[in-house]
Design a protein around this ligand. Structure first.
Ligand code: PEP
Ligand code: MN
Length: 345
């Protein structure tokens, strides 16, 4: 059940509701918003008597039964889309958002050149890994703190915001000092210690789908973040493991539509990791716009053949410029349909 307290309900009323819910045997999670407190009640058993009690309790505006196991992130809980402000940009709002940059931050020259190029053609958020999760321990692991500092420098020079991966709960504070958005990589989608730590962090999270995870599991991981205090989440489809070997992963493009039905959270498509091959990225990016994703995260490198990681799927700066040009009319249609849908609701 989700219980919305009235605007400015008193502390006594909130405490009383929580206490009564516990008496019915449910666990209570409260989220304190700017205007109101929302209480999630979770547990097993028939909720009907508890719902009846809540309807009569002082300070309660509404109490609804949520059938999905992910409560706070479900569309049942919140019909309107979540909009997440990141500096001047809004993810989940009226503009299609492009995040772009190298897989790894490698040097000042590389990140500056990339940041300036992507900003010039409309990207709003700079990506770049400072902590890299690599399959082999002998591969480049990232510049770590130095990489974070370079990202901050690129932000200062271009006005772009920064999204970068955090690999461990130990690094949350350090990464949050430099990043605007904290990326949870596919390999860490079910790292619950990390999710709990990010719940307490004030920064929005880009939560990537695990390569063998179902959408329900993705939403349950998002629910962890909300249950621990952080409702600002962007979900990311980045391809999943299948029997197909022609591409690095198989893009589950329908995931975008499924997520749009199941959750109010914004959905970002990563056509780079989904394909593993730069020639396939622009077409999949177009599909992402057409299917109604809220944005893209794309790997771009000034010289992909020299990239320390994921060179094969990284666009050159010229290819990125061409892709952005090609996407323009699609983004315009996207905007018109987003505004029309909002007006119809
Ligand atoms: C990345 O964004 O470079 C990355 C490692 O992505 P994923 O976690 O989706 O593999
Ligand atoms: Mn990568």
């Amino acid at each position: 059940m989700i219980i919305s307290m009235r605007k400015h309900a008193s502390k006594e009323e909130i405490d009383h509701v929580c206490e009564r819910i516990r008496e019915f045997g449910f666990k209570v999670h409260s989220i304190v918003g700017d205007e109101r407190v929302v209480i999630g009640a979770v547990g097993v058993g028939d909720v009907t008597p508890c719902l009846e009690m809540l309807e009569a309790a002082p300070g309660v505006e509404s109490a609804v039964r949520i059938s999905a196991p992910y409560k706070f992130v479900s569309r049942e809980f919140q019909a309107e889309r979540t909009r997440i402000r990141v500096n001047g940009a809004e993810v989940g709002g009226d503009d299609f958002i492009v995040m772009a940059g190298p897989c790894s931050v490698e040097s000042e020259k590389q990140i500056m050149e990339t940041a300036e190029a992507v900003a010039a053609v409309g990207a709003k958020i700079l990506r770049g890994g400072a902590f890299k999760p690599r399959t082999s321990p002998y591969e480049f692991q990232g510049l770590e703190l130095e990489g974070l500092k370079l990202l901050a420098k690129a932000r200062a020079a271009t006005g772009l915001s920064v999204v970068t991966e955090v690999l461990s709960e130990r690094d949350v504070e350090m990464v949050a000092e430099y990043a605007n958005i904290m990326q949870v990589g596919a390999r860490n989608m079910q790292n619950y210690a990390l999710l709990k730590a990010l719940g307490k962090c004030q920064r929005p999270v880009l939560l990537k789908r695990g390569m063998s995870s179902t959408l329900k599991e993705l939403l349950m991981s998002a629910e962890y973040l909300v249950a621990h205090g952080n409702p600002s989440i962007m979900l990311c489809e980045r391809g999943i493991r299948t029997f197909e070997t022609a591409t690095r992963n198989t893009c589950d493009i329908t995931a975008v539509s499924v997520l749009n039905e199941l959750t109010h959270l914004p959905v970002i498509l990563d056509p780079s990791h989904a394909t593993g091959k730069r020639s396939l990225v622009p077409a999949l990016a177009r599909a992402g716009v057409a299917i109604g994703a809220d944005g893209l995260i794309v790997e771009v490198h000034p010289c992909p053949e020299k990239a320390f990681s994921d060179g094969a799927q990284s666009l050159t700066l010229d290819m990125f410029r061409a892709m952005m040009r090609d996407l323009k009319p699609y983004m315009q249609l996207w905007k018109e349909s987003r505004v029309a849908v909002a007006a119809a609701v």
